[in-house]
Design a binder for this molecule. Structure first.
Ligand code: ADP
Ligand code: ADP
Length: 237
């Protein structure tokens, strides 16, 4: 499976005094098994890029393609096909945790898909396990009682329960302590290697990206100025 952007541009509040072009002429491809890092200064367009890739932001100029299909996020069917394959985890887990209890939070997506109770249960257990949230210990806990790192893993588990093929994460390690970051990165690495889920992760920590990613994208003022591992990255090691 591949997710491709062809010459994408995106402008916030076009035609107003607040008009702001956040992405210009970005082309890239995410292939099966990729572990891609996105970096760049604050305001360079990283979050906007993730939102375009997940179908959350439109309209934009250029093309978003899933395999050979051109996706129009303005059309429900097209968007649903994209959503089934691509999961987005926001930067602040609080923004996407809606339920009181951990179980219900992770079950939300599978229930929406209309799966049977036992299928929902299976998916919840599997997703929680992948994120190191033991089912017995956590399923009845209140979401708001979890630590920052646990909330982050819960938000990811809720997306994983939808069984995406591509997982997009906005600054997943932000605000976590050293150990929290290591646990999270190991889990992502496992999902990528063992489950074949493509990972696209935004971070402003080059070291973290260099350690985890097979490719790094560098954005500068909305333009993609580097795609790959360049020798110039090595100075950050
Ligand atoms: P990054 O994630 O790299 O910090 P963003 O994608 O959040 O960058 O933002 C890119 C640019 O778009 C920034 O200049 C930001 O101020 C602007 N921007 C982001 N969201 C909005 C919005 N809702 N309305 C207007 N401008 C926005
Ligand atoms: P900031 O996000 O402003 O860098 P943090 O508290 O996240 O602040 O990080 C503090 C220090 O820990 C940073 O100087 C950074 O070098 C290091 N650090 C943070 N996150 C990571 C990471 N994921 N991998 C390696 N080093 C990190």
């Amino acid at each position: 499976m591949s997710l491709r952007l062809e010459n994408i541009s995106f402008t916030y509040q076009p035609g107003t005094p607040f008009e702001k072009t956040a992405l210009s002429g970005v082309s890239l491809i995410i292939n099966d098994g990729d572990f891609v890092g996105i970096t760049g200064e604050s305001g360079s367009g990283k979050s906007t890029l993730l939102q375009v890739l997940s179908g959350l932001l439109f309209p934009f100029a250029g093309k978003l393609c899933l395999n050979t299909e051109v996706i129009n996020p303005g059309q429900k069917k097209s968007l649903n096909r994209l959503r089934r394959r691509v999961g987005l985890v926001f930067q602040f887990p609080e923004e996407q945790i809606f339920e009181l209890q951990v179980y219900d939070e992770v079950a939300f997506g599978p229930r929406n898909l209309g799966l049977s109770r036992s299928k929902v249960d299976e998916r919840v257990q599997e997703a929680m396990n992948h994120m190191g949230l033991g089912f017995e210990k956590y399923s009845l806990r209140h979401c708001h009682s979890l630590s920052g790192g646990e909330k982050r893993r819960l938000a990811i588990a809720a997306i994983l329960a939808m069984q995406p093929q591509i997982l997009l994460l906005d600054e997943p390690a932000a605000g976590l302590d050293y150990e929290g970051r290591q646990v999270l990165l190991q889990r992502l690495d496992y999902l990528n290697r063992e489950k074949g889920i493509s990972i696209v992760m935004v971070s402003h920590h080059y070291q973290q990206l260099l350690a985890s990613c097979s490719r790094i994208l560098l954005l500068d003022k909305g333009r993609l100025i580097l795609d790959g591992i360049s020798s110039s990255w090595l100075e950050y090691l």
